[in-house]
Design a protein around this ligand. Sequence first.
Ligand SMILES: Nc1nc2c(ncn2[C@@H]2O[C@H](COP(=O)(O)OP(=O)(O)OP(=O)(O)O)[C@@H](O)[C@H]2O)c(=O)[nH]1
Ligand SMILES: [Mg+2]
Length: 279
Amino acid sequence: MIGLHRNHIVNLMTLDGPLLGKPAGRLLKGPIEAAAMPAVGDWVATDRDGTVQEILPRRTILARRADADRDRVQVLATNVDVVVVISSLNKDHDIERLTRMVTLAEGSGARTVIALSKSDLIEDSQSFVEEASARCPRSEVIAYSSKSGENVDRLNRSLKPSETVVMLGASGVGKSTLANTLLGRKRQKTAKIRGSDDRGRHATTSRELFPLPGGALLIDTPGLRAPGVLTEEAGIIDAERAAEVEILARSCKFRDCAHESEPGCAVTAAVESGELPPD
Ligand SMILES: Nc1nc2c(ncn2[C@@H]2O[C@H](COP(=O)(O)OP(=O)(O)OP(=O)(O)O)[C@@H](O)[C@H]2O)c(=O)[nH]1
Ligand SMILES: [Mg+2]
């Protein structure tokens, strides 16, 4: 499974190409357990129309706990071999947040690589590399720049063919830019960060997986809102609404529908029927 949107709409990659699907009603009945739902990285058995019938056993699970309900687990990705935890070498760099993300990543059983992005913005990245290595001794630490190209090769070499790789990091650290750099083309939308504090604007709204030229499978994710990596849920939920609007918008009568008062708007109809929460 390569993409997940609200209302359980999933993107699948099959031998015959991409397919849009949904979990079978049986999987959705009763109290829905997040951990039992298909997640990005899952291998699934489906019907021809994309209905997901079974999830194959998972090798690893990258999950976090929701703050509001400590028993609820949110699965971020599965079958992950490598987690690339990204922090940018500007005002937004936060060693405590980085360490928490590494703890989350190591808990999944995956190998962890710390990528300190935007090394072009500072004179000397070595002290940051040493600090991260000291705090997270089990991780390889690489300072790199998508802009100058420094160490992009090294990052590329650390991802082996057929490994599933997920990128984690706050909004604006450069995850989607790195995805585009490693893919060699502009596939993911990126957004300028705020000048005041170097924070991002939540440009990426869904989790998606891309095969890289080197053979690894890369999962781009929406930025985890700082500082509550293990506690905050809201960011992902807002982002998922945006993803669902994108899918619903395909059924709007007008292609340039603003989802306000246009006739035949699928988004307004979904809000009225209760299928989609209001903005
Ligand atoms: N100077 C510099 N800027 C970079 C680098 N990588 C990314 N950026 C810029 O940082 C901004 C945010 O990048 P994104 O790739 O959209 O960040 P993201 O982590 O995907 O953010 P979300 O999708 O919101 O979670 C963009 O303006 C990029 O051009 C880099 O290596 N150096
Ligand atoms: Mg992004």
